[in-house]
Design a protein around this ligand. Structure first.
Ligand code: MSP
Length: 493
């Protein structure tokens, strides 16, 4: 089995923000989960470096667009490192290989007679890099950014997107999983009831873009360049990775770019004769707790690199994954993060490891005793439900079930009172707790990779895959190695 997952590629016109980090985090958990299932995974992320928005930002910073994106894209790479994102490739749309593929697809569609030269007049929002019709505006402004749109008029190539309308509707009808969650699929189906216009796919009033292969006075429209990263990232058309991994299993994106990833991307693929991705998966938006929508252009941004310096990155990952039901919008606040760190990670998970290891040290000379898994405790692990939640992209529920099992282990300690036991009874309790911790460690690998590694190391177990999540694999005699506390409690004044 293979699993190919992508995130949107970020505009490096500003600094990375928490929304970017959140998207990469969710994709990372899914990629790691599928590796955990034993599948061959390819995980792609990167930066979207062409277009007017980048050109303007470069100018403001007194740099050439190329110098500017070189500098900025490093910050997004650093974000991946600091957040422990396990992407297999970081693509930049200014890479030569990507440019070649973007031109190849443009040319292919042009040669099929699906692109023609015309003139565009319309309203353009540079922040979205998108044209709007008068009726789409909110109070005369961009519906996403609330900014004035520019009136543009220039020669442009057009892609005959309009003629794909019925094909797109049929595809949506037939493929229930093509957009997830369900409500988003309905949203696109409804929008497709209206007239679908041809798409302007080139710009001629500036030059920071992929040159149109048939007319060097034009550059490809930035979306006609950026979306193609999903196939250039796996070396379309002849690369091994393309053959192995395409079609993508999941394109993970935010709700603001759903239209681009369905109607635009799918019709380009249809025109180019390339298979369509299996699922476009939409996550929610993160807002700050003041109720303000996070937005680069409004300056209400939380710096994810600073967060990674300030807190244990697994505490940040945990907070976002548990706090925000996947697919819904959610709030970020440091107070709520600290509360979850203290109550759930330090008090439940950290404490469970600490208590268990202390008892093994005290009562069993630091070696896991051989024993029998307690069937009552074993039954508290809802592995099938965890798998099902992951299949349905309910990351918050899957993680909740794993943490619920840790909580059951703490209750088990309180009920069994191992300090009052001896002999076989004591050994069985400590063996059961070690086994439970081993399975918790394994299951946490996709969510909290560093913490999972620490847990497994401290109880003398190996990293592993889903098939190791059954009880009875520890033999007894494994030396435990109590390490530093997993999660420090954070004091707030
Ligand atoms: N460059 C385009 C995407 C091209 S994909 C072929 C773009 N870039 S972006 O930097 O503006 O956004 C990147 C991703 O971050 C998008 O999926 C977007 O929805 C997501 N988010 C932007 N702000 C967000 C939040 N406040 N919260 C969660 N995700 C958010 O669009």
């Amino acid at each position: 089995m293979k699993f190919y997952i992508t995130t949107a590629i970020d505009y490096p016109s500003g600094e990375p923000h928490l929304g970017h980090a959140y998207e990469k985090l969710c994709a990372d958990v899914m990629a790691r989960w599928h590796r955990f299932l034993g599948e061959e995974v390819f995980f792609l992320t990167g930066t979207d470096e062409h277009g007017q928005k980048i050109m303007k930002a470069a100018k403001k910073n007194g740099l050439s667009p190329q110098e500017f994106v070189n500098k900025q894209s490093e910050k997004f790479r650093e974000l991946c490192l600091k957040w422990n994102i396990s992407n297999d490739r970081f693509i930049r749309t200014t890479e030569e290989q990507h440019i070649r593929v973007a031109q190849n697809i443009f040319k292919k569609i042009y040669e099929k007679g699906e692109i023609y030269l015309g003139k565009y007049s319309g309203l353009y929002c540079t922040d979205c890099e998108t044209f709007y019709l008068e009726k789409d505006l909110k109070d005369g402004k961009c519906p996403i950014h609330g900014k004035e749109c520019e009136q543009l008029s220039e020669e442009s190539y057009f892609f005959k997107m309009g003629k794909y309308k019925q094909k797109l509707i049929d595809y949506l009808e037939k493929n229930e999983k093509s957009i997830y969650p369900k409500g988003k699929r309905t949203e696109i189906k409804n929008r497709l009831r209206e007239e679908l216009r041809d798409l302007s796919v080139s710009r001629s009033s500036f030059n920071w873009g992929v040159p149109v292969p048939i007319n060097k006075k034009h550059v490809q429209y930035v979306w006609m360049d950026a979306l193609i990263n999903y196939v250039s990232g796996v070396d379309y058309p002849n690369g091994e990775n393309f053959k192995k991994f395409w079609p993508a299993d999941v394109h993970l994106i935010g709700k603001d770019i759903l239209w681009h990833h369905t109607v635009i991307w799918w019709s380009i693929l249809m025109a180019a004769g390339i298979e369509l991705p299996k699922t476009v998966l939409v996550h929610g938006f993160i807002n700050t707790s003041s109720g303000e929508k996070m937005s680069k252009s409004k300056g209400t941004v939380i710096d994810p690199l600073e967060l990674a310096e300030k807190y244990n990155i697994d505490a940040v990952r945990y907070f976002l994954l548990r706090e925000i039901p996947f697919g819904e919008d959610g709030f970020f606040s440091e107070e709520a993060l600290i509360k979850r760190n203290n109550d759930e990670l330090a008090n439940e998970l950290g404490n469970l490891l600490n208590r268990t290891l202390s008892m093994i040290e005290r009562y069993c000379n630091g070696k896991i005793p051989s024993g029998k898994m307690d069937s009552g405790l074993a039954a508290k692990l809802e592995l099938e439900k965890i798998k099902k939640h992951m299949q349905e992209f309910e990351l918050h529920l899957a993680l909740g079930k794993i943490m619920g099992f840790a909580k059951s282990c703490n209750q088990f300690i309180n009920e069994k009172k191992p300090w009052m036991l001896s002999g076989e009874k004591l050994e069985n309790v400590l063996y059961s707790l070690s086994e439970a911790l081993r399975v918790i460690g394994l299951l946490l690998q996709p969510f909290l990779p560093q913490t999972a590694e620490k847990i497994l190391k401290q109880i003398g177990a190996e990293k592993g895959k889903i098939e190791n999540c059954k009880f009875g694999l520890l033999k007894g005699g494994e030396a435990v190695e109590k390490g530093k506390i997993l999660f420090q409690k954070i004091q707030t004044e």
